[in-house]
Design a protein around this ligand. Structure first.
Ligand SMILES: Cc1cc2nc3c(=O)[nH]c(=O)nc-3n(C[C@H](O)[C@H](O)[C@H](O)COP(=O)(O)O)c2cc1C
Length: 171
């Protein structure tokens, strides 16, 4: 297997997972902004890492455009979010794609967290609106409101085991 990792990350969770993966798989991990510099014909496996932004996977439109060109490649998609892992997260990933696109991907969800200090102003404002909405609906004692109104970190290297094992089986 000759893999490459391309990751889209703003506050660092996806970047951290991509860095751990690059160590585990002994391959390069490049940020999304460098995607134009990569000669993908050199790789048989692409691991695309990204994050949820209001249910949407960042960089998804670009990824979808590559799929016809990558017909002979294995494409692994890993997505981080603020939610802990669960079946709902894979379903949320699936909603970003058509059935045909989804069938081309090997999807994995990884728990990330929230880092308010590294968010852009627009994202911080979006989160503030969301938290106000939660507070109005569920009250200040709401566990979701309590959790999402501050920074937290659920990232865990062990969560990469299924991806590393999957890649090991492909060798
Ligand atoms: C504006 C905004 C919207 C978000 N929407 C979701 C979401 O729909 N589902 C989710 O699980 N996490 C959501 N998150 C949390 C991010 O996906 C999470 O912090 C992610 O790990 C960030 O990745 P990064 O650190 O690589 O940028 C959102 C975060 C922001 C700032």
């Amino acid at each position: 297997m000759n893999p490459i990792i391309l990751y889209h990350s703003r506050t660092g969770f996806t970047q951290q997972y991509a860095t751990w993966l690059s160590e585990d798989l002994r391959c390069a991990a490049l940020p999304y902004r460098q995607r134009g510099d990569v000669d993908f014909s050199r790789y048989d496996t692409v691991l695309f890492g990204s994050w949820f932004h209001a249910g949407r996977i960042m960089g998804k439109a670009w990824l979808v455009r590559q799929l016809p060109r990558w017909a002979d490649k294995r494409v692994i998609l890993f997505v981080t979010g603020a939610a802990p892992e669960g079946e709902g997260q894979l379903a949320a990933m699936e909603r970003n794609f058509t059935a045909e696109q989804w069938g081309r991907l090997h999807p994995f969800y990884l728990p990330g967290g929230l880092r308010y200090d590294r968010m852009g102003a627009a994202d911080r404002a979006m989160m503030a609106v969301f938290c106000r909405m939660l507070r109005a609906r569920e009250g200040t004692g709401s566990p979701a409101y309590q959790a999402l109104s501050q920074s937290f970190d659920l990232s865990d290297r062990e969560k990469l085991r299924p991806i590393v094992d999957f890649c090991g089986e492909m060798k």
